[in-house]
Design a protein around this ligand. Structure first.
Ligand SMILES: NC(=O)c1ccc[n+]([C@@H]2O[C@H](COP(=O)([O-])OP(=O)(O)OC[C@H]3O[C@@H](n4cnc5c(N)ncnc54)[C@H](O)[C@@H]3O)[C@@H](O)[C@H]2O)c1
Length: 260
């Protein structure tokens, strides 16, 4: 119960990594604000937490809309009196060849994955500044560091998140606010399963993906969530401005060989 009495906002907490993070924070005693787009998903996360004796409030939120973010932050501050932790998790992926990608797709990815992080952090930090303490955790991606073809928009947005994390850590440190990024690698979520199916060779691709990992397994939302809880806790008091890769050793490998 490291986070008893703390108020934690998790964006995109309707499923996948965000839901895992929301559930983990709730199990540590926090009041979790489930700030997500799809009401059915948001209510499901809220109910799952409450059924286990945790505290959660679903607030319908679109992180690509400034007014929606302001309403969610105001509602949280009015209902809970404070905001201790913000986890910027909401994100979408558009993998599309550069030569076919449109400005509309570019703007959609940027507005959710990058501008959403900027705006949520700004409005949460205004409240955290009054309290003199806070933690912001940005769920970035390993694509911020190494990427693949046809991934320009997503890779740019996530690299932007890492850059912004460093600057926000420096800007907000004087108000007692720490800012860090988590860069997950492959993580087993509905989004990952959809990506596997879209490949048309799900079992072959899955086998290839598992072989890239030191322990032959990919992350679960719980793996990411436990790192987020640590970064939010006072145990991480001296950690700010960092980007933490959590990829089961995938990026440690120099090259792929069938022999080793
Ligand atoms: N799954 C992976 O392998 C992986 C790897 C690296 C990084 N990530 C990052 O982790 C985060 C979560 O990914 P996931 O795989 O759990 O995704 P997911 O698609 O399974 O879940 C995303 C959640 O965000 C919500 N959402 C989407 N747009 C929103 C908006 N405009 N406002 C508010 N909520 C919105 C969705 O409704 C959903 O509940 C993303 O930022 C993603 O880029 C995922």
């Amino acid at each position: 119960m490291r986070l008893e009495e703390q108020v934690v906002i998790v964006t995109g907490a309707g499923k996948g990594i965000g839901r895992g993070i929301a559930e983990q924070f709730a199990s540590e005693g926090a009041m979790v604000i489930v700030a997500t787009l799809v009401p059915e998903e948001g209510r499901e996360t809220e109910s799952a937490i409450r059924e286990r004796g945790g505290k959660a409030i679903f607030i319908e939120t679109d992180v690509s809309s400034e007014i929606s973010i302001i309403r969610m932050m105001d509602h949280t501050a009015r209902t809970c009196g404070r905001i201790d932790v913000l986890v910027n998790n909401a994100g979408i992926t558009v993998f599309k060849p550069l030569l076919e990608a449109t400005v509309e797709e570019w703007e959609k990815v940027m507005n959710i994955d990058l501008r959403g992080v900027f705006l949520c952090s700004k409005y949460a930090a205004l409240q955290m500044k009054k309290q003199g303490k806070g933690a912001i955790i940005n769920i970035s991606s390993n694509h911020a560091k190494a990427t693949l073809p046809d991934t320009e928009m997503y890779a740019a947005a996530k690299a932007g998140v890492n850059g912004m994390t460093r600057s926000m850590a420096l800007s907000l440190g004087k108000h007692g606010i720490r800012v860090n990024a988590i860069c997950p690698g492959f993580t087993d979520t509905p989004h990952y399963r959809k990506w596997l199916q879209a490949s048309g060779h799900a079992s072959v691709v899955e086998e290839e993906v598992l072989a890239l990992h030191a322990g032959s397994r990919i992350s679960t939302p719980g793996d990411i969530a436990r790192l987020a809880v640590f970064l939010a806790s006072d145990d991480a008091e001296m950690i700010t401005g960092t980007e933490m890769l959590i990829d089961g050793g995938m990026s440690a490998r120099l090259y792929n060989s069938r022999l080793c």
